[in-house]
Design a protein around this ligand. Structure first.
Ligand SMILES: NC(=O)c1ccc[n+]([C@@H]2O[C@H](COP(=O)([O-])OP(=O)(O)OC[C@H]3O[C@@H](n4cnc5c(N)ncnc54)[C@H](OP(=O)(O)O)[C@@H]3O)[C@@H](O)[C@H]2O)c1
Ligand code: SF4
Ligand code: SF4
Length: 372
């Protein structure tokens, strides 16, 4: 395997976005216990961000004020499209983050959550050059960006910014071939550019800690003692070029579970990879709308209906049982414009769909379902 930046970094990172809560506030005492257990296990990578409410302050209290600065590495992020209303505001986030976290520098600093509809802000505000300058000034040791867009955009950004030292990607076994997330293709693009990868959402935000029943059976038959989350995290950590896998642990039990197999990480064996392939196949077979999010249908829709996004919201419910999340995704789409009930059955989309989906009928089902 080709050598890469950060390859000796322990493969489990502590994602500080979903810290334990008590009375709706971050439970700093439990966070302290989790931080101590994490460091005791020889793990070092912590990930926070300007926009994770209360996370940088909790990181200061639980980690920075209680442990030597050279015993851990800390990542934070600048968000130019959320929580910043001007170039000045975006750039000031770095100073605010340093102050909140109580550190003089960040080991890793990221342009946060670039997507196809927001990456332009980072160009407009000159953030790429800003992080280069701040690295020279010593406030940042390494910089990169986190990414939720298409593989083509990732390729374009890495071609334009070859000095980005790493990228943070959503990689998990369920999204590996997902047409929207495109984990596999994004991983390939990052590796083509020789980039190290920080993994986010390895447990698909919690969904793979309680996967569909068919998948649970496959995983339990293969190893009755392993947690479902352990399969997902070890899968991500076994990929080529991984700097670390961020797990958004929300309590001490999840921390203990993860330490039990990541303290001394062993990549998946060939047999275990075959088990994951069976789990992926099982997910693929669960009744869902077989939309590949190619968007061929949307351009000619006279009603401007976001067809693949509506199907993605419904698939969340059908495949993952995430009823509330499907509802809220659909509600967000409805705020932005027309949704399923605006279809006038002109048939344009069905003629364009390479998957031969009965789009009109499926939209009607979605309209009825989400109205309930
Ligand atoms: N840069 C970005 O754009 C971006 C975006 C997303 C995330 N991130 C970073 O990546 C980190 C990881 O992503 P994530 O938090 O979305 O997702 P994740 O690690 O895929 O999922 C974490 C959730 O999985 C559930 N879970 C159950 N058992 C677990 C176990 N043994 N270990 C870990 N989780 C278990 C928990 O949910 P319940 O407690 O509800 O069961 C937990 O909150 C974040 O914390 C954040 O630091 C960055
Ligand atoms: S049939 Fe409905 S969804 Fe399809 S193009 Fe016409 S209006 Fe849009
Ligand atoms: S053309 Fe078909 S597969 Fe492509 S996005 Fe539209 S509904 Fe999905």
């Amino acid at each position: 395997m080709e050598r890469y930046f950060g390859e000796s970094t322990p493969k489990l990172g502590f994602g500080m976005m979903r810290l334990p809560k008590k009375l709706l506030k971050i439970d700093v005492e439990q966070t302290k216990q989790m931080v101590d257990r994490f460091l005791d296990a020889g793990l070092t990578y912590f990930d926070t961000a300007y926009v994770y409410v209360g996370s940088e302050e909790a990181t200061r209290k639980a980690l920075v004020e209680r442990h030597p600065r050279d015993s851990f590495t800390l990542a934070s992020k600048l968000n130019a499209w959320l929580g910043a209303f001007s170039e000045k505001g975006a750039k000031e986030q770095l100073y605010t983050s340093l102050k909140r976290a109580g550190v003089e520098y960040f080991d890793y600093y990221l342009l946060h959550a670039l997507q196809n509809n927001n990456y332009q802000k980072y160009d407009e505000y000159g953030i790429w050059d800003y992080v280069r300058e701040q690295k020279k000034a010593g406030l940042i040791r390494h910089w990169g960006f986190s990414f939720h867009g298409t593989p083509d955009l990732l390729d374009e950004l890495l071609t334009k910014n070859p000095d980005a030292e790493f990228v943070q990607l959503q990689l998990n076994y369920a999204d590996w071939e997902d047409p929207k997330v495109a984990s596999r293709r994004c991983h390939e693009v990052a590796r083509k550019h020789g980039k190290s990868i920080v993994v986010m959402e390895p447990v698909k935000g919690g969904a793979l800690a309680k996967p569909p029943a068919e998948v649970q059976k496959i995983l339990k038959d293969a190893n009755p003692d392993a947690s479902f989350a352990s399969w997902a995290i070890r899968y991500a950590a076994s990929l080529d070029g991984i700097l670390t896998v961020l797990s958004g642990m929300s309590n001490i039990e999840q921390m203990e579970d993860n330490l039990s197999y990541m303290r001394d990480f062993q990549p998946l064996t060939d047999d275990e990879r075959a088990v994951i392939r069976r789990a992926q196949e099982a997910i693929g077979k669960i009744a869902h709308i077989p939309c590949t999010a190619c968007h061929y249908c949307t351009e000619g829709c006279p009603q401007g209906i976001p067809i693949p996004d509506i199907f993605a919201a419904r698939n969340r419910q059908l495949v993952w049982g995430q009823l509330e999340r499907g509802e809220s995704d659909y509600a967000e789409l409805a705020k932005e414009g027309n949704v399923a009930d605006a279809c006038i059955a002109c048939g344009q989309c069905e003629r364009a769909c390479p998957q031969s989906i009965d789009i009109i009928a499926r939209l009607q089902e979605c309209a009825e379902h989400f109205k309930k």
